[in-house]
Design a protein around this ligand. Structure first.
Ligand code: MN3
Length: 203
């Protein structure tokens, strides 16, 4: 019996699991990355193992394809969550946070008025996503916009260019902030957000 390599893998974190302390603890990463994110990868591999077409696609192409197919909701949920989490880890960096500079700041000012107005819009989206989901900074038709999505949904499937995201599922913040989602969102914006990543995503 030959063992087939699993098609999808858990990408390495872009920093050590202690690198975002004290805002996001290694304990949070031990669950959120090592258990939740890994489980999405394992579930996805299990769901596509008998489907050569899906198993051979890039993750992004797979997410876009099954988003349109209600019979593939399980594949979509797991594939999108693999993509969303990898994108989320890169949306943060040690010593991050605060206002962007250069081209990102120009884009923020042109689209929201100023950084404070962006911050309010992003925080409001993240706070008001009822239940599990995500808040995003996206580029849509040359303009930046904030949006929120439920569960595994991602603006990428609607052809929008994702620049940044924050995970607002409870598992993202409960160990470090308990029920204080607004404090987690403020800490993300002030201490973690990775504007260099957002600018690279602008292309
Ligand atoms: Mn999560």
């Amino acid at each position: 019996m030959t063992t087939q390599a699993v098609p999808f893998t858990l990408p390495a974190l872009p920093y050590a699991d202690t690198a975002l302390e004290p805002v996001m603890s290694a304990k949070t990463f031990s669950f959120h990355y090592a258990k939740h994110h890994k489980a999405y990868v394992d579930n996805l591999n299990n769901l596509v193992k008998d489907n050569a077409e899906l198993a051979s696609m890039s993750l992004e192409a797979l997410v876009k394809k099954v988003a349109l197919d209600s019979t593939k909701a399980g594949v979509f949920n797991n594939a999108a969550q693999v993509w969303n989490h990898t994108f989320f880890w890169h949306s943060m960096r040690p010593g991050g946070g605060g206002a962007p500079t250069g081209r990102m700041l120009e884009k923020i000012n042109a689209s929201f008025g100023d950084y404070e107005k962006f911050k309010t819009a992003f925080s409001d989206a993240a706070k008001t996503q009822f239940g599990s989901g995500w808040a995003w900074l996206v580029e849509d038709g040359g303009k930046l916009a904030v949006q929120k999505t439920a569960n595994a949904e991602t603006p990428m499937t609607a052809g929008k260019k994702c620049l940044l995201t924050i995970d607002v599922w409870e598992h993202a913040y409960y160990l470090d902030f308990q029920n204080r989602r607004p404090d987690y969102i403020t800490a993300f914006l002030d201490k973690l957000v990775n504007w260099e990543f957002a600018e690279r995503n602008l292309g």
